[in-house]
Ligand binder design. Sequence first.
Ligand code: UDX
Length: 446
Amino acid sequence: MKLSVIGCGYLGAVHAASMAELGHEVVGVDVDVDRVERLSRGEPPFYEPGFAELLRRGVDEGRLRFTTDMGDVAGARVHFVGVGTPQRESGYAADLSHLDAAMTSLLAVMADHPVPGALVVGKSTVPVGTAARLQEWCGSEGVAATVVWNPEFLREGFAVQDTLTPDRVVYGLPEDRAAGEAARDLLDEVYAGVLSHGMPRLVTNYQTAELVKVAANSFLATKISFINAIAELCEATGADVTRLAEALGHDERIGPKFLRAGVGFGGGCLPKDIRAFMARAGELGVDQALTFLREVDAINQRRRQHAVAMAERHFGGSVRDRRVAILGAAFKPDSDDLRDSPALYVATRLVGQGADVVVTDPIALPGLHARYPHIQTAPNARAACVDAELVMLLTEWTDFTGLEPDQLGSVVKERAIIDGRNALDPARWEAAGWSYRGMGRASTTW
Ligand code: UDX
């Protein structure tokens, strides 16, 4: 089937390549010329395991192409919309200007080249109410298309896996029953290669589908901030948050995932999604329902500030001219994404306070050089740690969690490490003569 994917950022590019992998003929559209050129050459514009192979195969086999010209989507039956909905520069609300610009040009093409039964399938994370607005917009332009809301739950680092074998598939359909059923059947056809894995496929109305996505991200953010709040209690009392989380996780109703305390969550989704959700609740007059998310956000900010304070305390109050090695720049491992990265927050704060900071990251350094040229970097952990008076592990890449304490100890000036992700074994590092501090971890040997 001929499909288009509008917006070839993280979500859109992976979606386009995945749809081509399923055998569809896919055209990806983006306004960024450089991105389109790279994708057209089969070169991923970001790091994502497994994506390069998919992209190259789709491009080489002629099922996948990229363009800046919206006119090229003419004739497609299904148009996926995966443009960014970042936080507005002022305030917490989502900036829908990319979505509206994409829709304006898409609807112009669809009006000139009508395809019976065409679908516009929204994948971006949007404020509840957006799908209904877009459906109305189609009508007002005389475009006989059905809008479907089909949220995407992909995690960076697992984007291909999460797109081709998601935990669940959600369709938000219009009130018009006949149009909704036809849209559902067509989307089932598009996703046949995904649905064949047998995951649940839930059908609901627009509002529910839109809310599922932000509710899921809010729950995940809450789980992380919950354990980070408990980490604060652990620090105040001498309890150990990793052992506590392990004990909590054995309760099947709680589960062990997303209970890793540390410097908190970052990235392009969780922080901005919970803020946009709060803003939307305010617009809907139900802001009190989500005031707890303000706390979730505040706890999250406190953890990164706490990591900076731990470094200050280590040096007796001031980090000025102290050499600090920072392991990790990306907001999480297996990603080169620096958006709202706790590691980068800590690095820039310490640089701002006059510390002599050296950052290393397995793959995020090119992005770091481009955007933060004043931050010193080193190609690997060993090089970053030469003469360090303090090492801070802030992104738990396996390159770092597998470090050998004695070997690293031979290059540093002082064997002191702050484990901002609770990813190291304290006993092993202490046995090698390191002073080890985690986030909410006790110093007892139990
Ligand atoms: C998230 C959601 O998981 C995904 O479903 C949604 O579609 C987009 O947002 P992503 O941003 O890729 O995905 O990262 P995720 O793996 O969820 O991690 C988010 C942040 O939380 C990272 O900074 C990570 O380090 C942090 N985290 C995660 C913790 O601090 N503790 C944990 O226990 C888990």
